[in-house]
Design a protein around this ligand. Structure first.
Ligand SMILES: Nc1nc2c(ncn2[C@@H]2O[C@H](COP(=O)(O)OP(=O)(O)OP(=O)(O)O)[C@@H](O)[C@H]2O)c(=O)[nH]1
Ligand SMILES: [Zn+2]
Length: 189
């Protein structure tokens, strides 16, 4: 077992103790280590590298129209409360001679989502990553998500959703390109 995991497990034991629970009672004995492993998984994006993740899956293509990958599930952790926010991510790009392997969009989303985040920064980081690996003429990212810190505590609003968008290159310059993207993702919902 790694020292990091052992340390994290010790911290979770202290949290359980701090909550007034008995970390040694039967049901909780393995909980600190389980929680440590779960938290390590939920933040494993810190250990990933964009180049390794894309693994050269960038292919030459004469395709120069918009490509959209819609409804990529997203699970992240808000950096203010360390509670989950959950939603969907839509990505579009205008290829400039190169297209990216389809699964890599989801991998890029996960790499940045599995960190402590705010939704706005997550949206920007995904857009910039897609731009840097594809050299696209434009990239657009929209995320719609629900934040557990708004639902389970605090203002306790169950139906509000946060929508964020990041438009780069042609998507920022051209209203028509932006509208085409937003129309495409609003169909078939
Ligand atoms: N902009 C943005 N805000 C977020 C995100 N996740 C959580 N927050 C907000 O971060 C803010 C933190 O506010 P604070 O007043 O410091 O914390 P708090 O007392 O727990 O706030 P309440 O949630 O209002 O009870 C809250 O308004 C949260 O709703 C996010 O992804 N983006
Ligand atoms: Zn929060």
């Amino acid at each position: 077992m790694s020292k990091l995991l052992d340390d994290l497990s010790g911290h979770f034991r202290a949290i359980i103790d701090g909550l007034g629970e008995d970390p040694d009672r039967e049901g909780l004995q393995d909980t600190p280590m389980r929680a440590a492993k779960a938290m390590q998984f939920l933040t494993c994006g810190y250990q990933q590298d964009l180049g390794d993740l894309v693994n050269n899956a960038v292919f030459e293509s004469a395709m120069d129209e918009m490509v959209v990958v819609q409804d990529i599930e997203l699970y992240s952790m808000c950096e203010h409360h360390m509670l989950p926010f959950i939603g969907k991510c839509h990505i579009a790009y205008l290829p400039a001679g190169k297209v990216l392997g389809l699964s890599k969009f989801a991998r890029i989303v996960d790499m940045y989502a599995r960190r402590l985040q705010i939704q706005e920064n997550l949206t920007r980081q995904i857009a910039e990553a897609v731009e840097s690996v594809t050299g696209a003429k434009g990239v657009a990212v929209v995320i719609e998500a629900q934040h557990m810190c708004m639902m389970m505590r605090g203002v306790e609003k169950q139906n509000s959703r946060m929508k964020t968008s990041m438009m780069l290159g042609q998507f920022r310059k051209s209203q028509a390109t932006r509208t085409e993207f937003l129309t495409l993702i609003s169909n078939n919902r």
